[in-house]
Each structure stands twice: as C-alpha cells, then as structure tokens.
Write a protein that binds this ligand. Structure first.
Ligand code: GDP
Ligand code: MG
Length: 168
C-alpha cells in the first residue's frame, strides 16, 4: 500500500512554541526549557486520516527565525504550513502576514492553518478573539487554538492539514 508522506513547515516568531508543538505531537513530551534541539531537521509521526496512513514530517528551525535567516532548504517541497503565534505575544500576531508571504514566496499556495498557541495563559491573552478570526479570514486560513503545554488542540492542527492535503 502506498504511504503518503507530507512535509509540514512551522513558522512564526521565536518563543511562540513551534519546537514544543513538534515535540508534543511527535514524541508526546513537553518541557519548559526545551531549546532546540532535536539534532535533526525534522521529527515525524504517522497518523490515520480519512482511512489513509499519513506520515507527517514536521520541520523545525534552530532559532534562525529570530534572525530572519531561514534557508530555502527549510521550505523546499513543503506540502503544508502552520503559521504560529502566541496568545501572550502581540508582536508574534502582528508578524503573521509577513510569515505567510515568506512561505508563499517559497512554496506557492499550500494548505495553511493559523494557530494561536498558549491558550492556557488565558489571563495574559493580548489578542482579541475577533481580531484573530478576522486575520484568519483575511489570509484564507482556518484559525485553531492550542495549548501545547496542556496538550489541547495539537493533534487537531495536523489532522486538519493532512486532511486538506489528501483532498486537494
Ligand atoms: P519556538 O521558539 O517557537 O520554537 O518556541 P519553544 O517551543 O522553544 O517555546 C518557547 C517557550 O514557550 C518554552 O518555554 C515553552 O515551554 C513555552 N511554551 C510552548 N508552548 C506553550 C503553551 O502552550 N503554554 C505555555 N504556557 N507555554 C508554552
Ligand atoms: Mg524553536
């Protein structure tokens, strides 16, 4: 049987929880001091989506996003994208449109989801929910909310993208 493999890139400002999300989804672990590094370019996990076995390869960055220095190799061949920001970091939300453009420049139009992480810090949230919905609509991306820390919504992000890829 043919196995479907999808490369997923996860972009957004530093410290929004990208590496943690990859670690959570692929290994089921979470740590507050998780810095880098997986030592490899990506981690993977296989899930069943719409009765198909899908292998998701989640590509991490080693912090180059902070210097605007992500190389073309990172994006090359990506099938889907997570645009991530933190509920507690206004700059990370404001940076989303420019992240979307970078991905589009390298990959063209690929299935993309907008993810607001750190839902557990609800009392420190600095993003108005309607504003977030509006941004999702403007970018043509579904908005999903996660807490990588509490393991809420993470699997749903990747299920959504895999399903989109299967049906395009
Ligand atoms: P990256 O720079 O985008 O890869 O972000 P990291 O994955 O390194 O996470 C940055 C910090 O945010 C780390 O201390 C994480 O433990 C923390 N973090 C990640 N996700 C969550 C979350 O859902 N809730 C909270 N409270 N902290 C989180
Ligand atoms: Mg990271």
């Amino acid at each position: 049987e043919l196995e479907i493999s999808l490369k997923v890139v996860i972009v957004g400002n530093g410290a929004v929880g990208k590496s943690s999300m990859i670690q959570r989804f692929c290994k089921g672990t979470y740590t507050r001091d998780y810095k880098k590094t997986i030592g490899v370019d990506f981690l993977e996990r296989q899930i069943e989506v719409d009765a198909e076995d899908v292998r998701l390869m989640l590509w991490d960055t080693a912090g180059q996003e902070e210097f605007d220095a992500i190389t073309a190799a990172y994006y090359r061949g990506a099938h889907a994208c997570v645009l991530a920001y933190s509920a507690t970091d206004r700059d990370s939300f404001d940076a989303i449109p420019s992240w979307k453009l970078k991905v589009e420049n390298e990959c063209g139009e690929i299935p993309t989801v907008l993810v607001q992480n750190k839902m557990d810090l609800i009392d420190q949230c600095v993003i108005d929910p309607e504003e977030a919905e509006r941004l999702g609509r403007a970018l043509g991306c579904k908005l999903l909310r996660t807490s990588v820390k509490e393991d809420v919504g993470v699997v749903g992000v990747f299920r959504h993208l895999a399903s989109r890829c299967l049906h395009e």
